[in-house]
Write a protein that binds this ligand. Sequence first.
Ligand code: LMR
Length: 392
Amino acid sequence: MLNNLQQQPADALLALIKLHNSDPRADKIDLGVGVYRTGDGETPVFGAIKAAEKKLVETQDSKAYLGPEGDMGFVEALMPYVFGKANPTQDGRIEGMQTPGGTGSLRLAIAMAKRAGVTRLIVGKPSWPNHNQICADLDLEVFEFGHANADGKTDMDAVRGAIAQAQPGDAILLHGCCHNPTGIDYSNAEWDEIVGLIAGKGILPIIDLAYQGLGNGMEEDAYGLRRVIASVPEAIVCYSCDKNFGLYRDRVGALYVLAAEKDGLPKIMSNAHALARANWSQPPDHGGAAVRLILEDEALTKQWLAELDEMRDRMRLMREKLAAAGKTGGVDLTPIGGQNGLFSIIPFTPEQVQAMRDKHGIYFAGSGRINVAGLTQGNIDKFIAAVADVTA
Ligand code: LMR
């Protein structure tokens, strides 16, 4: 029976980890999967997480099940950061639950939207490949619109057109900040316009916020999400702590639902809980508990935010250096300076991507997406020279 299965290609992004690891060259560069790296090229555990984990080991007195919603202390402690300190529950209209990473949250969100009658997801192109993979697995139609123009700016005409064509039963997936894979975010004015367009259409916004704090700051990066939440009756937020707490493999995320009426939440959340039960039963506890301990402790919160600031500043510096290189071979690196987060796309041809790997030992996605955090003061000149070489 199992012989009937067709061979599946390895996930292209995850396969890059192995490709890079097996390259023996000492000066190889990994700009593949989205993990932050320090100026020494390391991905260390946050100091604040280490301290919280120590506390957790000392104080946790049980590992008994918590239920499909996970650690609600964690879920609620994050809410002021996501939705704002002034009214984090929107007068009781928002409730959340813990999920295994942002992917778990997206899986739940899309499955629940489908269960509620959503027949199509409107998604910008390009998007994080797993968005489309989850829709394909759930058999949900995807309607794509161009996310950005060749000049490195958002394609507002495309988003306007997509929303104008939206039909009842549509949901729209928006990246809250640090767009993956382009790094090209909507400006505040563009968010204002998008919110106005969505509000009149009765479509369900699903906001993927996987990089809060890595763009322009925790508050700044929540602008679009908060504007959407303030303007629509219903929305879903898919949150990831993988990057902003450096918890990648611990799988820490949350799903938040904004309901039209406070009284509607129990019914909606019962569906989210039932879907979680059928998928993973309960989320892994450890990372979420560590985040909760940080957010419950003023000194640890300060330490975490300072660590996040440092990451953001370092990535900004690398972006500035790339932008300063300007026209490099056949490509212009200038727009990268104004983009946000871990990723940017350089318009390499497939042959140029291969040449970067074979000739220079520099690994990144076939789409031309580079992880800016893989660049350091020690390797950025080599990277720029390699770009000039392969695109000349
Ligand atoms: C990425 O896009 O590289 C990250 O979000 C990691 C992943 O799971 O793909």
